[in-house]
Design a protein around this ligand. Structure first.
Ligand code: ARG
Length: 466
């Protein structure tokens, strides 16, 4: 034969080695082997059920596929670049093992629906794995929150001290972010869960196949409803990398704060030695490399997202080889986020929280200025007027190097005759936090409600897993 490829019939010459190398994806898509075999199993069962192949052929193919699975998992399978991708490597081996029967597997199938199927099944699996890690992270955050409902710290806007909150309250904001990320993954999963198998190259087939049957066997909600879309859709890759990008963005914000917090200037937390690194020249250094790397890896994941968007932009229907570029981007984003989540949660879990330093920091910077203004509102003034008075008090305090709570009654009275002894209680840091009983606010009461809801949320997930 002039060209010994599985598709070599219409060729007069072999492909050049350069073409084989350039075209081949097996070095990275071999990680789809389990999905490829599972998909082929479902396909062959359907072919048998529909009388397209005999029971004997079906059995020979299924035995052959099982043998190939063992060979791959035991490291005995020889991957061949000139066989291009995982699909043809497996099919070629099947034919070696089963002869005539193996040649029948690809009836009513194309690599186009096959690769879309494999990638979807792999994505489903990895969404589940990433979700598991996200729930583990939520548990770490929740435990830290529970230990720190009394840990008063400054809340910031513009990176300037703003109002007092607690560490539990602050990190619960991250709980909310990662919780939203989980729901984004759920949405992506539900949307991707249609089965491309049976779309074949793009136009379905004249065989009497049963797409509902394969879809059900492979645990999809239903067959993809348009055969052209089934093989040309990579929205699910984009959506998954997009969900991953959200996680990375949230992790990078958390990391940025941790990097600040463990600087000498803040000293709000101390990272455990086991999750820090030193400097090759400066003996005193203890660097937050992990947090910085997670922050940095955000860049590569956004790159993966931009990459796949750009590959898909303006691609005509249906399948184009450009789409082979989806996999390395998808795999990179998945590997990166999993590695980041695993390392980040251990780093955060083992970090020491310097409660006293946080409290001390909250004592300077006039975090109770809003409370002084609110005090006068309760005495009958309009907030815009009390804001001005409290601003004048802050200015006076800066000039005289005092905190608001250090002012004497006489000093307070100079700004407004409405000030009375209970102002001291109103601007006391602990009271400033405890009185913020707003739903979702920092007071212990509000936080306990939130913590209870978070516990139930995690519990529901664990029940689902059983
Ligand atoms: N390796 C290919 C990919 O990843 C599989 C599909 C090939 N289809 C084709 N018509 N050449 O996209």
């Amino acid at each position: 034969m002039a060209n010994d490829k599985l598709w070599g019939g219409r060729f007069c010459a072999q492909t050049s080695e350069l073409t084989d190398d350039f075209n081949s994806s097996v070095r990275f898509d071999k990680r789809l082997y389990a999905q490829d075999i599972e998909g082929s199993m479902a396909h062959v069962k359907m072919l048998e059920k529909q009388g397209i192949i005999s029971g004997d052929d079906s059995k020979a193919i299924q035995d052959g596929l099982n043998e190939i699975l063992c060979e791959i998992e035991n490291g005995k399978f020889v991957f061949n670049t000139s066989l291009e991708d995982i699909h043809m490597n497996i099919e070629n081996r099947l034919i070696e093992l089963t002869g005539e029967a193996g040649k029948k597997l690809h009836s009513a199938r194309s690599r186009n629906d096959q690769v879309a199927l494999d990638t979807k099944m792999y994505t489903r699996l990895e969404i589940t794995n990433i979700k598991k890690l996200l729930f583990e992270l939520l548990e770490v955050i929740l435990n830290k929150a529970k230990e720190n409902t009394d840990t008063i710290m400054p809340g910031f806007t513009h990176l300037q001290k703003a109002q007092p909150v607690t560490f539990a309250h602050h990190i619960s904001a991250y709980f909310e972010m990662f919780k939203r990320d989980i729901s984004r993954f759920d949405d992506a999963y539900n949307r991707l869960n249609t089965c491309p198998l049976g779309a074949c190259a793009l136009a379905g087939t004249t065989y009497n196949i049963d797409r509902n049957y394969t879809s059900g066997l492979l645990k999809f909600d239903l067959p993809a409803q348009n055969t052209i879309d089934a093989v040309s859709d990579r929205d699910f890759v984009i959506e998954t990398i997009s969900c991953i990008s959200f996680v990375m963005m949230h992790l990078s914000r958390f990391c940025e704060e941790i990097i600040l917090w463990c600087s000498k200037e803040y000293s709000f937390i101390e990272l455990d030695d086991s999750y820090s690194t030193g400097s090759s020249i400066m003996p005193q250094k203890k660097n937050p490399d992990i947090a910085e790397l997670v922050r940095g890896k955000c860049g590569r994941v956004f790159g993966d997202l931009t990459g796949i968007f750009t590959v898909m932009k303006a691609l005509p229907l249906a399948y184009n080889k450009d789409m082979q570029e989806d996999k390395e981007l998808l795999f990179d984003a998945i590997d990166t986020v999993k590695m980041c989540l695993e390392t980040f949660m251990k780093m955060f879990e083992s970090a020491k929280i310097n409660k006293d330093v946080m409290y001390k920091s909250a004592q300077s910077g006039f975090l109770n200025a809003t409370d002084a203004a609110d005090y006068l509102v309760k005495k009958g003034l309009a907030f815009r007027d009390t804001h001005k008075i409290a601003g004048e008090i802050v200015f006076y305090c800066i000039q005289n190097n005092k905190n608001i709570e250090d002012l004497t009654m006489d000093e307070f009275k100079k700004f407004s005759p409405l000030f009375e002894d209970d102002i001291y209680e109103a601007v006391d840091l602990k009271n400033c936090v405890e009185k913020r009983t707003t739903t979702g606010g920092p007071s212990k009461k509000s936080m306990q409600r939130a913590i209870e809801a978070y516990e139930n949320y995690i519990l529901e997930y664990k029940k689902e897993q059983k």
